[in-house]
Design a protein around this ligand. Structure first.
Ligand code: SAH
Length: 371
């Protein structure tokens, strides 16, 4: 299945119970954890005259919809404001370009703009900015902006999405991502797709950023270079098991499970470095890594397993988060009628897993400078 993620991938729209807007606490936690990297990067930028000229041009790639979209913009604006004051400069004007794929719910982002802009004025005063917000639909694996038109590119929790499901996964039956027992060609197909995609991303941004322009990118990665022993694919394996259970009950077709694979990849630090070095347009200045619980409401970072009572709650919350991100993708492949049952079952399976082993996300935040 050489499916283009670009045409089908998007988070759940609107603000209903299963929407991304209502289920993006994991991503919000990640934004908060990565803030020191962003703040340091903006402090660096503030030292240079050219960058804090008249208008500071920012792009947030994979902005989605919901509270996190404008939270990101507002964090960046606050940090620039702070850094300007520290350097005795006037705060610049802002151009904030919000990018996501064509199916993204940009309308709800637009609807929240008046409140956002009014709040900015209220907090920062009439003479602040102004801040010009625009939306740029398209894939960040292609060009999105004119040459030399951006000072800062930000992207959080989006770059683990590939441009397409890798080719050559025919032997990855009963799995939906690289599993411990997947044949080596499956690893290789995923690794190759990641390297191709991230190279394209860097090439496009290298043209769009001004010299000395910066990028802060945060994504789900993995700690160990050996994908066969790292735990980054465990959550997808639990989903694969859930789908296989349902195939046994005749609720989904087993052949549909066999042919489904995620357009998603968890790179390790070395792979990220490798692509950046080979592509050659950027220097890698900061790498920061941190763990995140599957359930963002779970603040316990020490236990290696969850109690059976807590695991049920964590399972439900994890299932809601995953549904908000994957429903459109899964509904196209398996049919929308199975989605409710699938995530109900997935929540139970996640609970079982967390009661045995509390697997956590491994997040990587990096800061780069265009040479
Ligand atoms: N940054 C937001 C959203 C993260 S969800 C937050 O922190 O909450 C990931 C987003 O990346 C989704 O909205 C998805 O549609 C988008 N995305 C995935 N691949 C993309 C691509 N190739 N180009 C642009 N956006 C993409």
């Amino acid at each position: 299945m050489g499916m283009d993620a670009v045409n089908v991938l998007h988070m759940n729209s609107g603000d209903g119970e299963s929407s991304y807007a209502n289920n993006s606490l994991v991503q919000e936690t990640v934004l908060r954890e990565a803030q020191p990297v962003l703040r340091q990067t903006i402090k660096d930028i503030a030292k240079s005259d050219d960058m804090f000229g008249q208008c500071f041009k920012i792009a947030d790639l994979g902005c989605s919809s919901g509270p996190n979209t404008l939270l990101t913009a507002s964090n960046i604006i606050d940090m620039v404001h702070e850094a300007s004051k520290e350097n005795n400069r006037k705060t610049p004007q802002f151009q904030v370009c919000l990018n996501d794929l064509y199916g993204n719910d940009f309308n709800s982002v637009f609807e929240s703009l008046p409140t956002f802009l009014a709040k900015l004025k209220e907090e920062k005063g009439e003479s602040f900015g102004p801040c010009f917000v625009s939306a740029v639909p398209g894939s960040f694996y292609d060009r999105l902006f004119p040459d030399d038109s951006l000072h800062l590119v930000h992207s959080s929790y989006s770059l683990h999405w590939l441009s397409q499901v890798p080719k050559g996964l025919e032997k990855n039956t009963s799995h939906i991502y690289v599993a411990r027992t997947s044949p080596t060609e499956v690893f290789e197909a995923y690794q190759k797709q990641y390297a191709t995609d991230f190279t394209m991303f860097l090439q496009a941004r290298a043209k769009e950023l001004v010299p000395g322009g910066r990028m802060v990118l945060t994504l789900m990665g993995r700690k160990l270079s050996d994908l066969a022993i790292d735990d980054c694919g465990v959550g997808w394996e639990v989903l694969a098991q859930t789908l296989l259970d349902m195939a046994k009950q005749g609720l989904v077709k087993e052949s549909d499970v066999d042919s489904f694979n995620m357009p998603y990849y968890n790179p390790c630090e070395d792979e990220i470095r490798d692509v950046i070095e080979k592509e050659g347009s950027f220097s890698l200045d900061v790498v920061s890594t941190f763990r995140g619980n599957w359930d963002a409401l779970d603040k316990d970072y020490t236990s290696t397993k969850a109690s059976s009572e807590l695991s049920i709650r964590h399972g439900k919350n994890t299932a809601k988060m995953v549904r908000a991100c994957l429903e459109p993708l899964l509904a196209i492949h398996f049919g929308s009628s199975v989605i409710d049952k699938l995530f109900e079952n997935y929540g139970k399976r996640v609970a079982e897993h967390l009661a045995v082993e509390k697997t956590r996300h491994y997040n990587i935040a990096i800061s780069l400078t265009k040479k």
